[in-house]
Design a protein around this ligand. Structure first.
Ligand SMILES: Cc1cc2nc3c(=O)[nH]c(=O)nc-3n(C[C@H](O)[C@H](O)[C@H](O)COP(=O)(O)O)c2cc1C
Length: 198
């Protein structure tokens, strides 16, 4: 049973959501937690559309979510809401699936104006699935990320990285395990990256 399962709802690859969730998993692993990942775009597409609960990739993903002690759910803002891809998967979760788990919602968005989608769109769906401990959430703008020449995300700006790290701390707290040293990775604050010896 993984401590933390991340659910990524972007249909794109590479994806800011997926990169951010990879950072969250490494950060949690560095604190001694076990993690697992569900990327909805990797599940069986026909199974998602036909609501095939027992299609093997979907069954495995549903089981992972239900067995997790905590969840991080990330989606790009699409048309001022969550992605349709994420909703296809959330619709397959049995009622009450998120009860008794802290849930950290994360959105990435092109516009600050649509960060509120986290509160008015994503959080109500999580609550409808039984989540009673929904953390404050983090909205990251495309302009918060730093990109390499190939367009891949290489870092997050320091202020946003700090917000994300605070959210990770808040998610870890109710799980009740000690906090060993953090690991460096591409989404660590720039200031920390600069301290890494050449
Ligand atoms: C189809 C589509 C619709 C989008 N709609 C919005 C939107 O309504 N508001 C917004 O702020 N950004 C919007 N965006 C921008 C994405 O939310 C943003 O680029 C996000 O970081 C993408 O995440 P990803 O890299 O994980 O796919 C949209 C992007 C696409 C492709």
């Amino acid at each position: 049973m993984p401590d933390i399962v991340t659910v990524g709802g972007s249909p794109a690859s590479p994806s800011r959501c997926a990169t951010t969730l990879g950072h969250v998993r490494r950060s949690m692993a560095g604190r001694g937690f076990t993690t697992d990942a569900v990327e909805v775009r990797d599940l069986d597409a026909q199974g998602l559309v036909w609501a095939s609960f027992d299609e093997p990739t979907i069954r495995t993903a549903i089981d992972a979510v239900q067995e997790a002690r905590a969840l991080v759910v990330a989606t790009p803002v699409y048309k001022a809401a969550y992605s349709g891809v994420l909703k296809l998967f959330l619709d397959l979760l049995p009622p009450g699936s998120l009860a008794d788990k802290p849930v950290l919602p994360v959105t990435t968005a092109g516009s600050l104006a649509h960060c509120l989608a986290l509160d008015y769109a994503l959080k109500p769906v999580l609550a409808a699935l039984g989540a009673r401990h929904i953390l404050q959430g983090v909205c990251l703008l495309d302009s918060d990320f730093e990109y390499g020449p190939d367009g891949a995300v290489v870092a997050l700006n320091p202020a946003s990285a700090e917000r994300l790290h605070q959210a990770i701390d808040a998610l870890a707290q109710p799980l009740g395990k000690p906090h060993p040293q953090p690991q460096s990775d591409p989404l660590a604050p720039v200031a920390i990256l600069e301290e890494v010896p050449a």
